[in-house]
Design a protein around this ligand. Structure first.
Ligand code: ADP
Ligand code: ADP
Length: 233
């Protein structure tokens, strides 16, 4: 589903590459965790997978990334967004509406989903994430865990084949973090959606990921089945 081939990327003006000769493949239906210390290149790898690198970030890009067969370098972010959905680290900055329902609705309208299909898609997405009861709530009044779920519902409404999340539990307490991971595992198992999660620490990925990639100073230090990686550590 995602094929990263020998990718080296340096942000404009950076002394060393953020990604340095990284290759890995993510199969359809996989649940991949990307871990490593701050500055290791995790976010950059995630951005390379969803096309934000090189489309939005200036720099030197070598290698190739294919997403569902499309070369991300040659494909517009709009086209790529029909395959991959992203939940960014700062979900507050990602959200555009004041109310939960409008947040999900906005994405669907923006995506050009026919108007008569939108209400059912909103219902479906809210139910999928288990937040139908929050429908009319102001986003500003929600907890961090609830906001994370709203951001998830808004992207799931677009029915992506790949879901990419940057430190989804970074701002959450242990109980909400587990809820988010168990939700992701459920989506992965039931809908076969391919999930890629970036986290600084292995944390719950040790339980929920199928495979793990370990980054260190822009290089892929290890990538394999979760159990193998854990045995290595
Ligand atoms: P994290 O380590 O949690 O991924 P950072 O604090 O490194 O987050 O980065 C936060 C934001 O700042 C990101 O959008 C990243 O692209 C940007 N950023 C990080 N390092 C630099 C840098 N040296 N110059 C410009 N922007 C940067
Ligand atoms: P991580 O997510 O593992 O913390 P990043 O991918 O955010 O790592 O960063 C990898 C390297 O690239 C770091 O040295 C960081 O400072 C640099 N970097 C990240 N974003 C930017 C940016 N927008 N501009 C310049 N340098 C950046």
């Amino acid at each position: 589903m995602i094929d990263v081939k020998d990718v080296t990327f340096s942000y404009a003006g950076a002394a060393r590459p953020a990604l340095d000769g990284v290759s890995l493949a993510v199969a359809e239906g996989d649940f991949l965790g990307i871990i490593g210390p701050s500055g290791a290149g995790k976010s950059t790898l995630m951005y390379a997978m969803n096309g934000v690198v090189p489309h939005y970030h200036q720099g030197e890009f070598y290698g190739e990334v294919r997403l569902a067969g499309a070369d991300t370098h040659e494909t517009s972010l709009t086209d790529l967004s029909h395959t991959v959905a992203t939940v960014f680290q700062d979900v507050d900055a990602q959200m555009v509406a004041a109310e939960v329902e409008d947040e999900v609705l906005f994405g669907l309208e923006n995506f050009g989903v026919p108007h008569d299909e939108i209400p059912a898609r909103v219902d479906e997405a809210l139910a999928l994430v288990g937040i139908s009861d929050l429908r009319e709530r102001a986003i500003a009044s929600l907890s961090g865990g609830q906001k994370q779920k709203v951001a998830l519902a808004a992207v799931l409404a677009l029915r992506p084949r790949v879901l990419v999340l940057d430190e989804p539990t970074g701002a959450l307490d242990p109980a909400s973090s587990r809820q988010v991971f168990s939700l992701l595992a459920d989506l992965n198992e039931r809908s076969g959606i391919t999930v890629v999660v970036v986290e600084q620490k292995i944390g719950l990925l040790a339980e929920y990921a199928r495979r793990l990639a370990v980054l260190d100073e822009g290089r892929l230090a290890y990538c394999g089945e979760r159990r193998e990686v854990l045995a290595h550590a």
